[in-house]
Design a protein around this ligand. Structure first.
Ligand SMILES: [Zn+2]
Length: 394
């Protein structure tokens, strides 16, 4: 397959997964990087893609019609938060998360595991699952792989994630080993339960092509051999896509890159590969060039609310006094709704005055910059092949 791409002999070798609820068509390759179209129950996504995080059924400060204007095709929902508030059963009764938040494009939900481990109090982890107390009101809850699947199915996501334990950093070998083994057992339980119940959609039974997809998550701490074992055993379970989890948890960036580089070649080339929770703009571009298809991160939205703007000229702390009368746009090379209209001076003023519009405008620009970064990488991959063959559109 790889030789086919490199020879340029075929116009457009493509791989299509047989699972009907997700297709992944690769249009062009450039080294390990690929440009593809992923088709999900709620529309198509051009990859490599950056997915904004919509923690509480909202990408903070940005209404859905503006996400559409930014051409966001897929966003994240957080299982832990939506389970606690308003509750997955309430969302199911209202027809699922898409209908509840009026978003008819694709949604990926995380398993809730990461938030259970990072936000909740008094966790107790057993083979069965995790008992924890809500960070909102201290009430007691229990998440198991089966329960995480039930919640994600009730939300109606296009892509659900297996329930995993995100191994903390640093973790020694024995700890990473034990955590990985449990995550693999949980992956099997997640898959079994998901397959048995995936038709229990909030909007009733549907044909197979409308059912959600479950991705497996590679763990293994910062040990390449454990990552290898995790990947191999997950691939045997045959998921329609794979994530690399447990990264960007405090380790140095070179180590993140090393773990991604060690894991990517072990994942099936014809299926989407997702690195969770990364990163800065130059990182997401770098990982996409390494062959990563999907990424998500709270960074562009969270940083925006603190006045940190990502631009083609580097990072800008819009609170700085030097911008008080700066008449230039945040990024002179950005054509977004914010940069084409507002000055740095105005953005700084909104921040100083603690106006809600500050979060809206800063977030809009940062998201536009992240999405544009991915668009450029996709164009690069396409250009690489131009002249050799005409790209075939799906
Ligand atoms: Zn902009």
């Amino acid at each position: 397959m790889r030789g086919l791409y490199e020879s340029g002999a075929t116009a457009d070798a493509e791989a299509t997964i047989s699972k009907v609820s997700l297709t992944f068509k690769i249009h062009q390759k450039s080294g390990p990087a690929r440009r593809a179209t992923m088709t999900l129950p709620h529309g198509t996504v051009e990859t490599p893609v950056f997915m904004p995080v919509g923690t509480q059924g909202t990408v903070k400060a940005i209404p859905q019609h503006l996400l559409e204007a930014l051409d966001v095709r897929i966003l994240l929902g957080n299982t832990y938060h939506l389970y606690l508030r308003p509750g997955h059963e309430a969302i199911r009764r209202m027809g699922g998360l898409h209908r509840f938040m009026s978003w008819d494009r694709a949604i990926l939900t995380d398993s809730g595991g990461f938030q259970v481990f990072s936000l909740s109090e008094l966790r107790k982890v057993t083979e069965d699952g995790v008992a924890f107390r809500s960070h909102i009101d201290g009430s007691s809850h229990f998440f198991s792989p089966e329960h995480s699947m039930d919640v994600q199915i009730a939300l109606g996501s296009d892509i659900a994630m297996a329930f995993d334990e995100c191994t903390e950093y640093p973790a020694d070998y024995a700890r990473a080993r034990a955590s990985l083994d449990m995550t693999l057992r949980w992956a099997k339980r997640s898959k079994d339960h998901f397959e048995a119940h995936k038709h229990d959609r909030p909007w009733g039974p549907e044909p197979d092509e409308q059912t959600p997809n479950l991705f497996g998550i590679v763990q293994g701490g910062m040990f390449a051999d454990l990552r290898r074992e995790s990947a191999e055993r997950l691939v045997e379970m045959d998921f329609p896509g794979y994530a690399i989890g447990g990264l960007s948890v405090g380790e140095p960036r070179e180590l993140t890159r090393e773990m991604i580089a060690a894991t990517l070649p072990l994942l099936p080339a014809d299926k989407p590969r997702y690195v969770m929770g990364v990163g800065y703009p130059d990182e997401i571009a770098e990982y996409a060039r390494m062959g990563v298809d999907m990424m998500d991160c709270v960074l562009p939205t969270r940083a925006a609310r603190h006045g940190l703007l990502f631009t083609s000229e580097g990072r800008l702390n819009i609170k700085n006094r030097q911008f008080a009368e700066d008449q230039r746009p945040a990024d002179p090379n950005c054509g977004c709704l914010v940069c084409s209209r507002y000055t740095r001076a105005y953005l700084r003023h909104l921040m100083q005055a603690q106006e809600p519009l500050s979060a809206v405008l800063n977030t809009l620009h940062n998201l536009a910059f992240y999405l544009e970064t991915m668009r450029r990488v996709r164009d690069e991959i396409a250009v690489e092949k131009a002249g050799q063959s005409a790209p075939q559109t799906a």
